[in-house]
Design a protein around this ligand. Sequence first.
Ligand SMILES: [Zn+2]
Ligand SMILES: [Zn+2]
Length: 450
Amino acid sequence: MGQVPLFTLAGFLLLYPGILVAAPAEDVRLSVRERFWHITDLHLDATYHLADDPAKVCLSSKGAPAIKAGIYGDFLCDSPYSLIQSAFAHMSHVTPQTDFIIWTGDSPPHVPAGELSTDMVIQLISNMSETIRDHFPRLPVFPALGNHDYWPQDQMPSSTNAIYQAAAKLWAPWLQAEALHTLREGGFYSQLARPGLRVVSLNTILYYGPDKATANASDPAGQYQWLQGTLERAAQNLEKVFIIAHVPVGYLPFTRGITAVRKHHNERLVSIFRKYSHVIQGHFYGHTHRDSLMVLLDEEGKPLNSIFVSPAVTPIKSVTEPYSNNPAFRMCFYDASDFTLLDIWQYYLNLTEANERQRADWRREYVMTEAFGLEDLQPQSLLQLALSFKLPQANSFDKYFSHFMVSYDDRIRCEKDCKLSQVCAVLHLDHKAYSECVRGRSVQDSFALL
Ligand SMILES: [Zn+2]
Ligand SMILES: [Zn+2]
């Protein structure tokens, strides 16, 4: 980043009235921080109500008693509308004007297929799209489709269908003709968010294990070919790219050896992202409902890309899961001159407290650079953070894991095998490197292999 002469700075501020961060007096470098929201996994359960019988509070608890149900929800249920409304109300209160919103999918609730239909799924996507538009009438929104945004869930096909067509209609106020065309055909698109910055919204459900409709296709909906062409053109036009999608690339951090998309698709995505890492400035995903990050390394271990998985608005967990996440959304900051990622402000609602007080006091959970003592969120910084997880005296990993659950319960610890899975998932996205990492019997052993 070079020096910004004052006369252009004034003009720049008129155009982009973001936060101006002035460096110390002896250093005249100035950078303009711009911001966008990232929200994901709203999972509206319209059946949620405070019933006398706790087993009947919400269909998404699947008969399990929601004994702590309150007006803002329960950890065994998907989001009541009041929770979603309170989230958007707080977002528009914090800052009515940001650059744009990234919304990475999953509007319908976790209920048996028989409780939904194609029409109901479209209605739910429509309801959530309208809710966002009501709160942010002038803001561009870049959505991605989730595995629940289809009926039956996960079964997204390689060709046009009622859902892709409905999405293109509902999102027409936000997207341009070219984006709407590919969205209608394959559920993906790209569009410039501002001059020089392109959002590429992938339909990673096409690569998702449970999707039987694409099981035998090597390039479902031609998305790989389109993605490479799009990244190639972006490189030629000197644009930078934010990749957004619902199901993330890489390994699931809470289990061992399982990629979020099919293994061969994961390898292919990793190799495309490595090849075009100079074009891509950040990845933003959802789906796991938890707060995690990854740093994409090249074969020699050099950091290439920063990857962020945002926690969900829905607080749902199954009866057997030991922990869940508090409802969450986040604000991301980037440098307006080169689109590098600067920071993330994570917001959350303490659900138990909100239900007790009958008031939704959304608060900032943490500021990523402050929480971990980082300069910014560039790949090198994230690599440093991930390497700090291994230091015996460092509490950075405990903090990271507490954030992973969105401060659900600090008494729950992640050690030994749990920690090894988490740390290997942060650092290694391809099969070879990940397998070597988890092969170590302790975190210490595995780090010798880094
Ligand atoms: Zn979800
Ligand atoms: Zn999902």
